[in-house]
Design a protein around this ligand. Structure first.
Ligand SMILES: [Zn+2]
Ligand SMILES: [Zn+2]
Length: 255
């Protein structure tokens, strides 16, 4: 059975209980990492995800809290003995930023010493479009409304037929409602409790989005430092009457 494991659940300013928001979809034989904070190899180990199952990394946008862990992920996979290709997906702007960061680390030199191949795949900016189909997952993307070009993602388990959606960073946005339509779970950012912030959503707005999309369960993540989980739950529940969960690092959701 597939599961979504939250490797981190904090906003850009995180706290002692939350790593920056990133997650992994784990199937029987494959895993797909979405965004890359902190020390991904350490977090994947903690979550019990074997590195050999990871062939795909999707980056939602190039704010530091979503991609700063990528250089150490690449280095650590190499040190762990990786030989096979790693596929990285993102918008053109995201891939440009990642390439620039890796140039700063002079990764061309790594290639001279047996570094494994990395293939970049550009995600198109057109409606809801398919990013990747693997044996166990089908993943599509759509643009959100954020401070930089950003994608939300819908994961469909090809085993169960169930789907889960990750909003990434976004204001209230029709395209996120569309991609989340009738999903089993919507993982939506809640960077504030109830106040409007440009480029982000509040817990109340996340609840509105979940209600409009008709999902079964709403999971709040990308939470601000020292957030009161009871308050976030209560505010989102005013807008969305079905199940609301305030995420914790390493929480798992089967789908
Ligand atoms: Zn963020
Ligand atoms: Zn952002």
């Amino acid at each position: 059975m597939a599961q979504l494991i939250l490797l981190g659940t904090g906003a850009a300013l995180s706290d002692v209980t939350r790593e920056h928001t990133y997650l992994v979809a784990q199937g029987e034989r494959e895993s797909i990492l979405v965004d890359c904070g902190g020390s991904p190899v350490q977090r994947l180990a903690h979550a019990g995800v074997p590195l050999g199952t990871l062939d795909h990394v999707i980056l939602t946008h190039h704010h530091p809290d979503h991609i700063y862990g990528l250089p150490i992920l690449l280095l650590d996979l190499w040190l762990a003995g990786r030989k096979k290709t790693l596929h990285i997906y993102g918008l053109a702007e995201t891939i440009r930023a990642v390439r620039a960061i890796m140039r700063a680390f002079e990764w061309a030199r790594w290639l001279e010493h047996g570094f494994f191949p990395v293939e970049f795949h550009t995600v198109a900016k057109k409606g809801i479009n398919l990013v990747i189909v693997t044996n166990e997952f089908s993943i599509s993307a759509t643009m959100t409304k954020h401070l930089l070009p950003t994608i939300a993602l819908r994961f469909v388990s090809r085993v169960s037929g169930k789907s889960v959606v990750y909003s990434s960073d976004t204001e209230v946005c029709e395209s996120v409602v569309e991609i989340a339509r009738d999903a089993t779970m919507l993982f939506h950012e809640a960077t504030t409790l109830d106040s409007a912030v440009t480029g982000h959503s509040s817990a109340r707005q996340a609840g509105d989005q979940a209600r409009r999309a008709g999902v079964k369960k709403l999971v709040l993540l990308h939470l601000p430092p020292n957030s009161d989980a009871k308050k976030f739950h209560a505010v989102a529940s005013k807008a969305f009457e079905s199940a609301v969960v305030v995420a914790k690092d390493f929480a798992r959701f089967k789908f």
